[in-house]
Design a protein around this ligand. Sequence first.
Ligand code: NOJ
Length: 563
Amino acid sequence: MTGATPFATRELHAPGSAGDPWWRDAVIYQVYPRSWADADGDGIGDLRGIASRLAHLAALGVDAVWLSPFYTSPQRDAGYDVADHRDVDPLFGSLTDADALIARAHELGLRIIVDLVPNHTSSEHPWFGEALTAGPGSPERDRYHFRDGLGEDGSEPPTNWQSNFGGAAWTRVTEPDGRPGQWYLHLFDPSQPDLNWQNCDVRADFRSTLRFWLDRGVDGFRVDVAHGLVKDPTFPPFGTPPGGLLEVTSDAPFWDQDGVHEIYRDWRELLQEYSPERIMCAEAWVSPADRAARYVREDEFHQAFNFEFLDTPWLAEPMRDVIAGSLAASDAVGAPTTWVLSNHDVLRHASRLGLPQDEEPPNGIGPEDLQPDAALGLRRARAATTLMLGLPGGAYVYQGEELGLPEHTTLPDEARADPTFTRTRGAEKGRDGCRVPMPWTKGAPALGFNDTGAAWLPQPDSYADLAVDQQDGVPGSTLELYRQLLALRRERDLGRAGLAEVEGLGDEVLAYLATAPDGTRTLVVANLSPESIELPAGTRVLVASDELVEGGLPTDTCVWAEI
Ligand code: NOJ
């Protein structure tokens, strides 16, 4: 329908056009290979398992799949510690399995994005072994950040920098002659030494890695720690920011340094040699939004994760601000905005939104901690997703969120594998609770994750009733809600729509009018107020995150409507 609307609007974003490339409005589903589907039954997911389950994603209606790392790795950080960037870890299969997976995805019309981990290698990467053997001042050491320690005997770390996983960001090595020697930098675990991006070998090697996967047919890369590759060469002191290490402050000497951008311009040129178009998405925990937008300038990344959106509590004012701010910041550089609510590093949003919204969410939850309100969390998660998928740009969906999976909040400490847990001596529970294997079939071994019942992390009891087979075809289930949202999003071209804020529905109501390039109009309304509200006259509801009550939109519910 077109014509006048019964409400005032404020333009936020202009519509795209029919010829826009796929990635500008793609919905990309993150598969965490350890936990999605396990064909060989060893309790850890694998590439053959993933290929066998891809039909689930085609039926869900996503455009692409992003796979977290499956490369050769000692798995100290669940594969983000890569020992060979151009091979598959036997845990996950082989290069032949990777080829088969890429081919199967393409057959189903799904694009494949793989992870690239350029900030660090595993300490089991051959280069690190060579660096240790070659000794101080060698070209081999120059590929990493080796420094002499402070103090008379060099026993103090070179700077006070702290690792993201807790403890010092430097570890001292033993030199080939057996004496205590230099220190190397690791912003994450000691098993993840940071690479020196001023070194030519490093630059050349990553170009080879990009080509290796591009030549195998991948459609793009998600780039790990994209804001961290370059360090301030003066290595100044830097304490822990008040919000913890992951708080991104522009003055941190290892985050968001200007020098990172030339690396991405170089990669973009390389990608441009390939056809059809290949993309890269930045994992850059950078704020404010205009600083993050520098990563998606025309000649750099195609996309960057919108972590400000993920970090925003379920409160109307900050939500409204982040939506308008994200669109403005990306529009200023001509890039699409992305939206994301969950991934393998944060509390699942079905649990996060069931916690008090006026406090920072914890990094992991244990049995003794405050437990989320599961019903409230799920209700808000469904509303938040309905809101997110109604917004223009790209969107990321994390495996299992289409089932409304909660975080596993009662994992026993002995089961935990995230290095954060050990490095903080349990002060932070870490990220295992969002990485638990997927439930496919109620009553099957490991809920259908494999045939043997083995699982590298135990699944909580609540996952049985949320398994795919329990929701498939069930009206009102979270799975059917996601399918419906994704189908309607495509049909009504919401990803390429222009967006205007609708005014006058109340301070705690988020309301947007999305206008597709062909003029199709969709009203997206999320009610974050405690009271039920009336929808504007002349609207016809297309999909609702939960049931409407007497025609009104209850609290923590979001609808899409025709107008
Ligand atoms: C970000 C990844 O998402 C996370 O899982 C990993 O631990 C760190 N980068 C280090 O690679």
